[in-house]
Design a protein around this ligand. Structure first.
Ligand SMILES: NC(=O)c1ccc[n+]([C@@H]2O[C@H](COP(=O)([O-])OP(=O)(O)OC[C@H]3O[C@@H](n4cnc5c(N)ncnc54)[C@H](O)[C@@H]3O)[C@@H](O)[C@H]2O)c1
Length: 310
């Protein structure tokens, strides 16, 4: 039987994720959005590309959730970007409302599904999704680390003029300025980059990784990155659907791991058929551990701000 994945939010990230899921023939895809006609139109367009792209994934678009029933995975990309004059707290409140509504509907029709959260502010939205769904922590997973690590990998490959396939990298922490790229655990054909580049060059690539999202926003002027974010969410979905047990950096709910409790923070996890199969605890140096707890503190700040809201 074919798997089924619902993507909520048929905007840039959602529609691109739907395209990748279908073209990789990972699942039948249901695309949902509040804007009338958009999920229907985009899924019809994608379905008409199928004969040329050579896949048999079925695509359906809808403004309601009935069609999503029994999804194996739901990728949530619904949300609004910050508009001029809007504070971060305003955005947080608006997207919390959207996330609550979406999660409630998703959980009603797919009580056994696994949620991959993409909407920002990511770490806070993961909390809302877990609270609202009542799902266990292995079934609520945030996408950020795969994207941040992919950016770091792309920059490393470009710098060393090697294939991106040779490069592995690890970026932990919250999805924001305090993310924690780990050069010691970032390798080229198995060799840590600390043996291949000067500390100055590594620092430059880390800085570019940290502002990777802003660099693209600055270029696009309207909207933010979506090709790589969609790739990140689909890599996570693939590992779950195929029970591959890939180890990927994801935002997961920590209960004491890395000395952090009660927060969604990006750490390496094994993704398989049950969602999060295992959280890997790396032996961090004291400097790395300090950076991770600083990042966790900024996630907590965001969460505290959200809790203070009515
Ligand atoms: N985690 C990450 O690394 C990462 C990376 C990129 C983007 N994002 C976030 O992903 C989200 C989507 O980004 P995008 O570029 O696709 O934005 P977008 O504006 O192109 O698409 C968002 C879509 O959500 C829809 N939407 C709004 N409210 C909804 C609701 N209640 N139910 C269903 N759909 C609803 C909108 O109509 C829109 O089509 C944003 O919050 C963005 O900040 C996160």
């Amino acid at each position: 039987m074919k798997s089924k994945v619902t993507v909520v939010g048929a905007g840039n990230v959602g529609a691109t994720a739907a395209q990748r899921l279908a073209e990789k023939e990972l699942a039948d895809v249901v695309l949902i959005d509040v804007i009338e006609g958009v999920p229907q139109g985009k899924s019809l367009d994608l379905a008409q590309a199928a004969p040329v792209e050579k896949h048999d994934s079925r695509l359906t678009g809808s403004n309601t959730y009935e069609a999503s029933a029994g999804s194996d995975i739901v990728i949530i990309t619904a949300g609004i970007p910050r508009k001029p004059g809007m504070s971060r707290d305003d955005l947080l409140a608006t997207n919390r409302g959207i996330m609550r509504d979406v999660t409630r509907q998703v959980a009603k029709y797919s009580p056994e599904t696994i949620l991959i959260v993409v909407s920002n502010p990511l770490d806070a939205m993961c909390h809302v999704a877990m609270e609202e769904s009542g799902f266990p922590k292995n079934r609520v997973i945030g996408m950020a680390g795969v994207l941040d690590s992919a950016r770091f990998r792309a920059f490393i490959a470009e710098e060393l003029k090697v294939s991106v396939e040779n490069v592995h990298a690890l970026v932990l922490g919250g999805h924001g300025d305090t993310m924690v790229p780990l050069p010691r655990f970032s390798t080229v054909a198995g060799v840590p980059i600390t043996e291949m580049m000067t500390p100055e060059r590594i620092d430059a690539l880390i800085t570019r990784t940290r502002s990777g999202g802003a660099e693209i926003v600055g270029l696009l002027k309207t909207g933010s990155a979506y090709y790589a974010p969609a790739s990140g969410a689909v890599e996570m979905a693939e590992s779950i659907l195929k029970d591959k047990n890939k180890i990927l950096p994801c935002a997961v709910y920590l209960e004491g791991e890395y000395g952090i409790s009660g927060l969604f923070v990006g750490v390496p996890v094994k993704l398989g058929k049950n969602g999060v199969e295992q959280i890997l605890e790396l032996k961090l140096s004291s400097e790395e551990a300090k950076a991770l707890s600083k990042s966790a503190a900024s996630v907590k700040e965001l969460l505290d701000a959200m809790k203070k809201m009515a």
